[in-house]
Design a protein around this ligand. Structure first.
Ligand code: NAD
Ligand code: LMR
Length: 348
């Protein structure tokens, strides 16, 4: 493989050598909400994975940029992937429109949905975004039931349980539904690098729990570099990681939430899933149906293998600060999981 590789992803972003140009490209990936703030750069990054042969970029007809335009633009990149745009009418059920873009997919990434504005919580997005997610996930159940479905749309803590229950009701594997919490890890790594002066590429802080407020639980004691930070600095670092999303929402002043760092993180996640599917088991913390705590959904380290989620790892050893945080995280997470389960009961 020629060129620079993207060290965080097991799949590489390097330009492929000529001999490898078509032979290793095997996967089809769909990005729903692909013309949006996250969707466009995420589609680009996935189109740059040399193991990807086709990327579907799907969005609604009134998207800011037509999906076919995003596809035409990305179709000129010097990578093996073919990029195809699909525009759908939001007044028609998604399941009636998504057959072509989803059929044959190995990985579906879903950043379709409303972002926060200053003053809002992620939970405030639930009513509108759960409906959008349901449309897409129902179509995944029908057209690519074996694909790994990475839910980026917020609130992840409630939408993932709702969609995993939808899969269960259809007799499908709920572990195909995965909440993407990678941005929390990326943030924790960067903030630790800033404090310690070390390279972020040598830091890998596990972030467990969920993806909102106190449920975002970085485990600084488990990374050799972050473990060297003095205990008095940890609460502020923890809080900054929890509030990373709000930091961006406020800085964007009503014009959206994290898009570029999320696209980077979504691609880091997506490339790891594809590496696993290709036969190289790869770890990433992710929010899934779980029995590592008494909660039915929880984010902890997951190994992605040939069929997707292969192993869900235990939390590991926590120090006393982290044990207190775990309790706090689980209390809030329980309420947010229950909201998703209630939604599934009456809507799925
Ligand atoms: P955006 O508004 O820029 O893009 C969303 C896109 O979804 C738009 O192009 C819109 O047309 C499209 N869309 C709406 N309904 C659709 C449907 N039924 N089918 C397909 N596409 C549809 O928003 P964004 O900044 O890209 O954020 C998207 C979502 O991701 C938000 O819910 C946001 O909160 C969430 N998010 C999650 C994380 C995370 O860490 N998991 C990080 C950042 C943002
Ligand atoms: C984030 O963490 O950046 C996302 O969940 C978006 C948000 O609303 O904060």
């Amino acid at each position: 493989v020629l060129g620079r590789t993207f060290h965080r992803a097991a799949g590489s972003f390097a330009r492929p050598a000529a001999a490898a140009f078509s032979s290793s490209a095997q996967f089809k990936v769909c990005i729903n909400g692909g013309a949006g703030g996250i969707g466009q750069p995420l589609t680009m990054l996935m189109a740059m994975n040399e193991t990807v042969k086709e990327v579907s970029v799907q969005d609604v007809t009134m998207a800011a940029v037509p999906p076919s335009g995003v596809a035409a633009d990305l179709g000129h990149l010097e990578f093996p992937s073919k990029v195809v745009g699909y525009a759908t009418d939001p007044s028609v059920p998604a399941v009636e429109q998504l057959e072509a873009c989803l059929t044959g997919c190995n990985l579906v990434l879903i950043p379709a949905g409303m972002p926060r504005k200053p003053g809002m919580t992620r939970d405030d997005l639930f009513n509108v975004n759960a409906g959008i997610a349901k449309g897409v996930v129902e179509a995944c159940a029908k057209f690519c039931p074996d694909a790994v479905v990475g839910l980026i749309v917020n609130p992840v803590n409630s939408i993932v349980p709702a969609m995993a229950e939808l899969y269960k009701k259809k007799g499908l594997d709920p572990l195909k539904i995965v909440g993407v919490t990678t941005l929390d890890i990326v943030r924790a790594n960067k903030f630790v690098a800033e404090i310690t002066g070390k390279s972020p590429k040598d830091i890998e802080v596990p972030v467990i729990g969920g993806h909102a407020g106190v449920t975002i639980m970085p485990v600084f004691s488990q990374d050799p570099i972050s473990a060297t930070i003095s205990a008095d600095k940890i609460p502020a670092l923890d809080k900054r990681t929890q509030d990373g999303g709000t930091e961006v929402v406020e800085a964007k002043a009503g014009k959206g939430s994290a898009t570029l760092s999320m696209a980077y993180s979504g691609a880091r996640f997506g490339n790891k899933v594809l590496a696993g599917l290709a036969g190289t088991p790869t770890d990433e913390c992710a929010y899934v149906a779980s029995s590592v705590t008494e909660l039915p959904y929880f984010s902890s380290k997951v190994t992605f293998g040939k069929t997707g989620v292969e192993k869900i790892h235990d939390i590991g050893t926590l120090n006393s600060y982290e044990q207190g945080r775990l309790k706090e995280a689980m209390d809030q997470l329980k309420t947010e999981i229950d909201k998703g389960l209630d939604y599934a009961k009456s809507n799925c």
